[in-house]
Design a protein around this ligand. Structure first.
Ligand SMILES: *Cc1c(COP(=O)(O)O)cnc(C)c1O
Length: 348
């Protein structure tokens, strides 16, 4: 048939639905969203659904502006950060020069570049799985950096990101902060000084709202306006009324989220220590997951064994450098204790 599009889609981790499973394969939050979200859901008047949702999402933007200490016109809201990122690629990467991103990072970047016919170049991580910004000193049409990076969990400091923004002041630099709330700092304070910075965030991971589909971009008002135009050219109502109401309740409850984020970071350190005692080596993570390896174990086999025990982790057969690792999301302490005992049994 003539004219049919060929495309290799992004392949997310599986979403099994067995009872008593430990699902630590897609970096979801093991805790429920804030009780304020449950309350807002109860209070939501279904009558509101007969009207189209808000075009400017001002209620949610104002809550986010307060949280991040920026203005509402510095924010664009979308149906998950996947949509925000896709729109950002359309809005900001219109150069003939290649967009640069790491060879090992969020797998969706390459898919969007392909889908939108944007030239791109994947820059290999160094031997220690780190991003080396020296390797980005070449002609480019923009940069996309997940910080912390996925699936490595490694973090670039504000000084490094500032230097990057200065070196690439003629293009947009997207910093995907999907995991930033689990890290030591965020790049929001750089927005005042660098108009080429676009920060993308999601409520899916740290706010425990993966099923609600809310993400956002923050940047200079003039570039956020371009992003809004792309949204208006595609699906102006991509954020539904219920999602906006619940997301607003979540963003306002900073105390609850600080508590569960601290809990996850503590469990991450504990789990990393336990793995080390079992002979594993993990990269130093500033996220809610660990990338871990073991010198004597075949990770594909360990993955299989854990799956038989209803423990779902993530194994990447490609690229080759990753196939001796497992990526394990951090669940509750109780879940991670069960994972440790399953791995201990496997080793014995
Ligand atoms: C999970 C994730 C996203 C997508 O988040 P959604 O808001 O659920 O679409 C984007 N970037 C990275 C690096 C992620 O890990």
């Amino acid at each position: 048939m003539k004219g049919i599009r060929k495309i290799a889609p992004y392949i997310p981790g599986i979403q099994p639905n067995t009872q008593d499973m430990i699902k630590i394969n897609t970096n979801e939050n093991p805790y429920p969203p804030s009780p304020k979200v449950a309350e807002a859901l109860k209070q939501f008047d279904s009558e509101r659904l007969k009207r189209y949702s808000s075009l400017d999402n001002l209620a949610l933007k104002e809550a986010l502006a307060e949280k991040h200490g920026i203005a509402a016109n510095q924010l664009m809201i979308g149906n998950g950060s996947d949509e925000v990122l896709a729109f950002s690629f359309l809005a900001f990467f219109n150069s003939k020069d290649p967009v640069l991103f790491p060879d090992i990072t969020y797998g969706f970047y390459k898919v969007w570049a392909d889908l939108f016919h944007i030239p791109f170049k994947e820059i290999p991580l160094n031997k220690k799985f780190e991003i080396d910004f020296h390797d980005y000193q070449q002609i480019n049409g923009g940069l996309v950096i997940a910080n912390p990076n996925a699936p490595t969990g490694l973090f670039k400091t504000m000084d490094e990101i500032r230097a990057l923004l200065e070196r690439h002041s003629d293009v947009i630099v997207i910093i995907d902060e999907a995991y930033a709330e689990f890290a030591e700092e965020s790049m929001f304070s750089l927005l005042n000084d660098y108009s080429n910075l676009i920060i993308v965030r999601t409520l899916s991971k740290s706010q425990a709202l993966a099923g609600l589909r809310i993400g956002y971009a923050a940047g200079a008002p003039e570039y956020i306006a371009v992003l809004e135009s792309i949204k208006s050219s595609f699906n102006p109502y991509s954020v539904d009324s219920l999602a906006e109401a619940l997301a607003t309740a979540a963003v306002e409850d900073t105390a609850y989220y600080q508590k569960i984020t601290d809990e996850i970071c503590m469990t991450r350190e504990w789990f990393s220590q336990q793995l080390e005692e079992l002979g594993f080596t993990s990269l130093s993570s500033q996220t809610n997951f660990l990338l871990t390896t073991h010198p004597d174990l075949d990770m594909a086999q360990l993955y299989q064994y854990l799956e038989e025990k209803n423990i779902f982790v993530r194994y990447f057969s490609k690229p080759e450098r990753l196939n001796s690792y497992l990526r394990i999301s951090i669940g509750t302490r109780k879940e991670m204790e069960a994972v440790v005992s399953a791995i201990t049994n496997y080793l014995n």
